[in-house]
Design a binder for this molecule. Structure first.
Ligand code: ATP
Ligand code: MG
Length: 368
């Protein structure tokens, strides 16, 4: 990557942030992160609590200075540029609305600060209200609105400044499940409509999958994998990503055979064959591996001539039954949809046949 790459709207080049606390104890919050967001793209930083998402976002917004590395916007180095001159608003979960101002005045705030004309303000606020469905609520105060609408006001206020890049830090985490889905759909619609470049932070994988053109997975201050939602879901690069994205089951195994495009792995109680492109490259016979299988890729059925297990728990979770199955000396989680499976539910204690959806298995070297 280079700073002159004009396709990159936003570029982080080997950025690192070390917080130095009392008695000189230090925390490496962001560790050598390089990433790129292209013009008009919706990119999400996804990772567990404490992995450095907010710190990364705040370095882009200009509120935190990197310990080392550079931040570029539209090809210019902005590492030393003050936050208010970067033109990239940050929308976060607490809305940060002014309680004593009406919806109209909250949205108009940034425009007034920029000394926009009265006419311009009225026009721009009306457009923003239209865009995020706040028409008719302009005279209310924030506390008179439910959380979802307050978040729309915050979004309208950010949009009114016509930013080229907009940053979101878990903007939906204060909303209930249904409103979260509605509001995220709204955010995506408006972002596409306006062609704004967006960098969004969340620790919710479903939210990331449904919103993003690309996802960047972070863990312990580092970027672990970058890809489209489909790539990340189907080809998680490490066991951590498999677990974080798909709540995968992990099984120990040993590579038995590698022949051209197929690999055979011994799981102790069974042996499975799968395409080599689902394994880490260069894997060899005799190597210890760990196998990741998503719960939705484990099918449970009548005993046949394949693998078997014993039902240890069966729970109704709405669209599916969740099973915990004793397989050899480990437990597997299986998610069996009620519809289309054509298989009746099994009860605790039943012996069942198991099948792993071949293309949903990933094989990692031990310690990957
Ligand atoms: N101002 C600070 N001073 C010292 N340490 C900090 C500071 N801000 C964050 N940290 C530490 O840096 C690490 C990364 O924090 P950060 O807030 O960036 O993570 P996050 O991914 O946003 O987490 P969450 O999902 O909980 O919001 C954590 O270990 C955190 O405790
Ligand atoms: Mg955070």
């Amino acid at each position: 990557m280079s700073a002159s790459d004009t396709a990159s709207y936003l570029l982080l080049d080997h950025v690192r942030k070390v917080y130095v606390g009392k008695r000189r104890s230090s925390v490496v919050a962001v560790d050598d992160v390089s990433l790129e967001v292209r013009r008009g793209e919706f990119v999400t930083l996804l990772g567990p609590s404490g992995c450095g998402k907010t710190t990364t976002l705040r370095m882009i917004a200009g509120f935190v200075r990197p310990t080392s590395g550079r931040v570029y916007m539209k090809g210019s180095d902005v590492t030393d540029v003050a936050a208010h001159r970067r033109d990239c608003p940050l929308v976060f979960q607490d809305y940060a609305l002014f309680p004593h101002l009406t919806v109209f005045e909250n949205i108009a705030y940034g425009l007034r600060a920029r000394r926009a004309s009265r006419q311009q303000i009225h026009h721009d606020v009306a457009v923003a209200c239209q865009m995020v469905n706040l028409i008719g609520l302009e005279d209310r105060h924030p506390r008179q609105l439910p959380g979802g609408q307050q978040q729309r006001v915050a979004l309208a206020r950010a949009l009114d400044l016509k930013p080229e890049i907009i940053l979101f830090d878990e903007p939906l985490s204060n909303l209930d499940a249904k409103l979260r889905i509605q509001t995220r759909t709204e955010i995506r619609r408006v972002q596409k409509l306006l062609g704004i470049t967006a960098l969004y932070v969340t620790h919710d994988q479903t939210e990331a999958m449904s919103l993003s053109d690309r996802i960047i997975i972070m863990h312990r201050g580092r970027v672990i994998q970058t890809g489209t939602p489909e790539e990340i879901y189907h080809r998680p690069a490490t066991p951590f990503v498999s677990d974080f994205i798909g709540n995968a089951n992990f099984l120990d195994g040993e590579v038995e055979h590698v022949s051209g495009t197929m690999v055979q792995v011994n799981l102790g109680t069974a042996s499975i064959r799968l395409p080599a492109d689902q394994c880490e490259p260069g894997i060899e016979p005799g190597e210890d591996v760990v196998i990741a299988v998503k719960p939705e890729a484990v099918s449970v059925g009548p005993v046949g001539d394949g693998m078997t297990g014993q039902v240890d728990y069966a729970g109704f979770v709405g669209p599916a039954t969740e099973y915990r199955i004793l397989f050899g000396d480990t437990f597997l989680t299986a998610l069996q949809p009620h519809f289309h499976s054509g298989v009746a539910a099994f009860a605790v204690g039943d012996t069942v046949g198991l099948h792993f959806q071949d293309d949903a298995i990933r094989v990692y070297r031990l310690g990957a």
